[in-house]
Design a protein around this ligand. Structure first.
Ligand code: NOJ
Length: 494
């Protein structure tokens, strides 16, 4: 079976196919284009065929008022039943791979591997077979935020034991699907689910900023490292697959040319990306030194007997360092950073620890998400920063996309993708960033977490009111199919 990363690894810098006469922008032949989704956001069937409850089921059911439109993912786009239609859409697009996630509680209803839900295994087996029949390679995320509620009842990602439970879950996945999947992502955006979920108001809604978010991050890094090592020991020889992790990285641009804002922006990058990337991808491993220093110092000032940022043992540092065959990178937007000159408040806060104030320029083009402004040049800068910081790792863009209001005439989405792909092309060809694939988020409209169905990222529009959740191609689907099939940016796409 071909794998996404095997393709990528064969990739050599053969140069862009830029034809001088018409200025066509082309990616190398081996470069791959895909689309992404995640289980809770599209599957629905939340309590069907033995699936257990996840933290997002519990949270949206017990706090519908916290979700912008009071909806939940109970049915979502119903991809549990309509996955064949989804694969048809991918065939229409002509993408080479599909990034999707496995729902942990669909496989292990109570989170633990003593009870495996065979219907869950069957569902993903059918999906993988369908993909293979259409010649679309799978790129599989093990954890895209839908933790089994029973594990959250034990403290979720703040309880160190969860690293072992995650290893047990991963082993079940490698055993069940390892012959069909050989490019894996352990986690999707640990920054987001630790910062927003344990430090803020996403599920499980712990809002323990500056404390629980760090415990979460610590155990996620331990869990990731353990799974990587377990795969090497138990599966790599026979399955010959690749294991990576997806991290999110918005570009952080200094708000002014002053030294203090330059420095503040660099600190923010270390807190946002370095928190997870430094332990895995740097030569020295462990947390970024500036993060360690600031949190240790501020914890002391706040009278804590020890730092709020936990400490790895030297064995853990070694285990986690180098524990990825490639980096998955999600990138959507850019912020400006100013130094925060406020006094240190007595209560813990990630934002205080980080010490930067973030903003965006009002003139940057908007999307339908408050946080997402269109700034393609930030993408190129982010990629160059990754190249310099981590020795130019093999990178797959595992998400990039824009939310817009409902409607099929989404030329602004076309402009977004086109602009970001031009920036990516420059990063690859001119700057020699080692990026080997691009994934548009998302194949279809889906449940956008606390924003419900109000923010639509899909190349395909979903009619949530129709009984069969009708999917209809937007203008951008036509554009992206040209990109995916020709590997060139089209001059016209309608
Ligand atoms: C990142 C997350 O991985 C995904 O679940 C979310 O829908 C998109 N960004 C858009 O916000």
């Amino acid at each position: 079976m071909d794998s996404v990363l095997s393709y990528f690894l064969c990739f050599a810098f053969i140069g862009a196919r830029v034809t001088a006469e018409n200025e066509k922008i082309c990616f190398p032949n081996k470069f791959l284009f895909g689309v992404a989704t995640a289980a809770y956001q599209i599957e629905g069937a939340w309590n069907v065929s033995g699936k257990g409850e996840s933290i997002w089921d519990r949270y949206t059911h017990s706090h519908p008022e916290r979700v912008f439109d009071h909806h939940n993912g109970d049915t979502a786009a119903d991809s549990y039943h309509l996955f064949k239609r989804d694969v048809d859409m991918m065939e229409q697009l002509g993408v080479q791979f599909y990034r999707f996630s496995v729902s942990w509680p669909r496989i292990l209803p109570n989170g633990l591997s003593n009870e495996i839900n065979e219907d869950g295994i069957k569902y993903y087996t059918l999906l993988l077979d369908e993909l293979k029949a259409h010649n679309i390679m799978p790129l599989v995320t093990m954890y895209h935020w839908d933790l089994p509620q029973s594990l959250q009842d034990l403290g979720g990602w703040t309880n160190p034991i969860i690293a072992d439970y995650f290893v047990d879950y991963a082993r079940v996945l490698f055993e069940a699907f390892g012959d069909k999947v050989d490019t894996w992502l352990t986690f999707n955006e640990p920054f987001s689910f630790c910062f927003d979920g344990y430090g803020g108001y996403d599920a499980p809604g712990a809002h323990g900023s500056g404390f629980e978010d760090y415990l979460c991050g610590h155990n996620v890094l331990r869990a990731h490292g353990k799974v990587y090592r377990m795969y090497q020991q138990e599966f790599a020889e026979t399955q010959k697959g690749h294991v990576g992790i997806t991290l999110d990285f918005a570009w952080q641009e200094p708000a002014t040319t002053s030294d203090e804002d330059q420095h503040a922006a660099e600190v923010v990058r270390q807190f946002f990306l370095g928190w997870f990337a430094h332990p895995i991808f740097s030569e020295t491993g462990d947390y970024p030194p500036i993060m360690r220093k600031r949190i240790d110092y501020i914890s002391k000032r706040q009278n804590f007997p020890r730092s709020r940022l936990p400490t790895f043992t030297s064995d853990e540092i070694r285990m986690i360092r180098g524990s990825a065959d490639f980096l998955g990178l999600n990138h959507y937007t850019t912020y400006l950073v100013k130094r925060n000159r406020n006094k240190i408040a007595p209560q813990p806060s990630f934002m205080t620890d980080m010490g930067g104030i973030l903003s965006q320029k009002p003139e940057w083009p908007k999307s339908n998400s408050t946080w997402l402004k269109v700034v393609p040049w930030g993408f190129r800068k982010a990629l160059n920063w990754v190249k310099a910081a981590y020795n130019n790792p093999i990178t797959i863009i595992t998400e990039n996309g824009i939310s817009l209001e409902p409607g099929l005439q989404d030329s602004r989405r076309v402009n977004y993708i086109d602009g970001y792909l031009r920036a990516l092309h420059n990063a690859i060809i001119k700057d020699k960033c080692n990026v080997v694939g691009y994934t548009y988020w998302s194949l279809l409209d889906n449940f956008e977490w606390m924003r419900g169905f109000s923010e639509r990222f899909g190349l395909y529009e979903v009619n949530y009111d129709s009984t069969n959740k009708t999917r209809t191609a937007r203008i951008s689907a036509g554009y992206y199919s040209k990109v995916a099939q020709t590997k060139c940016l089209p001059v016209s796409w309608v």
